[in-house]
Design a protein around this ligand. Sequence first.
Ligand SMILES: [Zn+2]
Length: 115
Amino acid sequence: MFILKGIDQLQSAITKAKKIRPRVEFDRFGRYRVSGSKGGYYTVICRKDDRGIKAVECACRGGEQGLVCYHAVAALSLHVGLARQRMAQVQAEDVPYLKRTVQIKAERIAGIRIN
Ligand SMILES: [Zn+2]
């Protein structure tokens, strides 16, 4: 497990992930399966505690030793995208004005109406 502090600590793992291009499977929000280089899958858990500390856990050997592995960053790239989407949804629901704006945009773009 490692604590996510910023992009700098992920750089070399990102380079590796780009080269290897592992397959990331969605299990549930915060839980993913990432293909290993020698076959099989590793489970990666991304979570945030009450204080906002973000931790990433990978079941591979390096991950268990606290290293930032390419499985973790591959899962993170999906997780961050999903978290952003979630946040946008929550905000749209919480703020009537924003929800209205989203509706108007969707209506204009696709000619659809959202209730
Ligand atoms: Zn790993």
